[in-house]
Design a protein around this ligand. Structure first.
Ligand SMILES: [Mg+2]
Length: 267
């Protein structure tokens, strides 16, 4: 894809970890690149599969790196899940997740049930729960058997940390899926569901948007499924040699988001 086609996009969706920052370290040039897009009148949305934190927490993390964003410019898989369920209809939720999930569901007017009430749930919503117990897994399992719809915020198998990875939402989702024999409705990337919600928030069509991210199977697959131009950055989990092994071919490949400054400056 030519740089000109990228410059004509009206909106940019950015993954966070591996793209804007790596852990707690900002990617060099990210702040300037975002600033430049804003000056050019581009709409921006930060989109993360991480279900544990609230948009406000991400807003504060980004502000600490000199990147000013509004709360509505950050969408987590938890927020997208709550929005998706709101459209499906009301009901009570039993959630396996952190505050980021509980607050998102409550924010859309859902009642989040305790373990003892779980069998009354309309939805079992599973994200990354760092306080998971066997009791919670058993309650979720009962609720699904009783007819609750099984929803996954995302299915990332792992959560990368500096010292190595730990089980992600997908590992917990698989425990429930294995026990119940029920496959969940997945909201987060690479599902089209979260991308449709993102486009709706931006008020743009898929052809008007580019998705910038560091993973092939999650970010670039999400872009491709949604008909959005994929921009792969090599500042996160994907290395050049991974590209040769993958069938997913992003339209644009750049070392990091800093490169966007170059692309937008060359007129
Ligand atoms: Mg990432």
């Amino acid at each position: 894809m030519h740089n000109e086609a990228l410059r004509e996009k009206k909106g940019f969706i950015f993954d966070l970890d591996g793209c804007i920052y790596v852990g707690n370290r900002p990617v060099q040039g990210a702040r300037e690149a975002i600033g430049m897009l804003r000056e050019g009148g581009k709409k921006i949305l930060f989109l993360t599969n991480n279900s544990t934190k609230t948009p406000k927490e991400y807003m504060e993390k980004l502000a600490g790196m000199g990147i000013e964003v509004c709360e509505h410019e950050v969408m987590t898989s938890s927020v997208a899940t709550a929005m998706y369920l709101k459209r499906l209809g009301g009901g009570d939720c039993f959630a396996l997740g952190e505050q980021g999930l509980v607050k998102a569901l409550q924010g859309e007017g859902f009642r989040v049930l305790g373990t003892e009430e779980a069998r009354r749930a309309t939805y079992v919503v599973c994200g990354l729960d760092m306080h998971l117990t066997y009791e919670k897994l058993a309650a979720a399992c009962h609720a699904i058997q009783n007819g609750a719809r099984f929803i996954a915020t995302n299915t990332d198998p792992r959560l990368p940390l500096e010292e190595g990875y730990i089980p992600g939402a997908g590992s917990i989702v698989e425990a429930l899926a294995t026990a119940t024999g029920v496959r969940p409705t997945v909201i987060g990337k690479p599902s089209k569901r979260i991308m449709s919600i993102a486009l709706r928030l931006l008020g743009l069509k898929s052809s008007e948007v580019a998705m910038v991210g560091d993973t092939l199977k999650i970010d670039m697959a999400a872009a491709r499924r949604a008909g959005i131009t994929g921009v792969l950055v090599l500042s996160g989990s994907t290395k050049v040699e991974d590209l040769e092994k993958s069938r997913i071919r992003p339209e644009v490949i750049i070392p990091s988001v800093a490169e966007l400054q170059e692309i937008f400056a060359k007129k």
